[in-house]
Design a protein around this ligand. Sequence first.
Ligand code: ZN
Ligand code: ZN
Length: 142
Amino acid sequence: MKEEIEILRKHIELKGLRKTNQRYKVLEIFLSNEEHLSVDELYSLVEKKYPEISHSTVFRSMKIIFDAGLASKMMGCDSIVRYEHLYKHSQHGHMICSKCHEMIEFDDSKIKELLKKAAKKEKFKPQVFKTRILGLCKKCQD
Ligand SMILES: [Zn+2]
Ligand SMILES: [Zn+2]
């Protein structure tokens, strides 16, 4: 977590953003959880420990944490943006259940290699790869 704090601190300095402790508290809660969290979900966790932090602070802090390269965004079936850890986490794809919204992570490195090759052929410079499979999880199939 120390390294992440350092990355966030540098980003805030570089961008000349206002220095408040609350952003680090939001980061702390975000990092202490391995789930894929929407801003609302994260806010309810933050609220339990730091009731003085507002929803809009959580919202703005997550934007900054994302810009600093510490989080990635993904969208579930419910079209809600969720954040997950990015720093030192391996890239992966998501299988998303359209019924219970469960998210299953899987290794998509081979798929990414294929996509990179396809991009190279077109001289296209890829920036973001997102592998997403929508469907029904094991439990929801019967
Ligand atoms: Zn399901
Ligand atoms: Zn994930």
